[in-house]
Design a protein around this ligand. Structure first.
Ligand code: THU
Length: 134
């Protein structure tokens, strides 16, 4: 798939993040990279635990890096898994991404070569939970 430079850069960041995954139990490394409203890239990987439910996904790792970097808004996010051609974020991650996204935030689903599918937040999590807050 032909892609713009910004998507390619984010893909490469997600692939690099994946190399930091701690996934000895599932052996399923995942990487995520966020470009935030400040223009910076924030990376994360899945981090598992011997007590299995205590582990967490790559996307919240990247969100945590973004928040601690002082940014609040995801403009683009790339996700990659070593063992899946495309790794659509799990349900919980969709809700976590949505917290800091807008309807047109782009989600790049990547394989080892590059971005293979582009979706918007609205497509990834349609009819989502919303209130007047905050
Ligand atoms: N995983 C992610 O990091 N992101 C997702 O959206 C789906 C699943 C991780 C969790 C676990 O460490 C491994 O993939 C296998 O489920």
């Amino acid at each position: 798939m032909s892609q713009d430079t910004s998507a390619q850069v984010l893909f490469e960041a997600a692939r690099e993040a994946m190399s930091f995954a701690h996934a000895p139990y599932s052996k399923f490394p995942v990487g995520a990279a966020i470009r935030a409203e400040d223009g910076k890239i924030y990376k994360g990987a899945n981090i598992e635990n011997l007590s299995f439910p205590q582990g967490w996904c790559a996307e919240p790792s990247a969100i945590s890096a973004m928040i601690m970097g002082g940014a609040k808004k995801i403009t683009e996010i790339a996700v990659i898994a070593e063992k899946l051609a495309l790794c659509p974020p799990c349900g919980g991650c969709r809700q976590k991404i949505a917290e800091f996204a807008s309807a047109d935030t782009k989600i790049y689903l990547c394989d080892e070569v590059g971005v293979q599918k582009v979706m918007t937040m609205d497509e990834l999590l349609p009819f989502s939970f919303k209130t007047e807050l905050p």
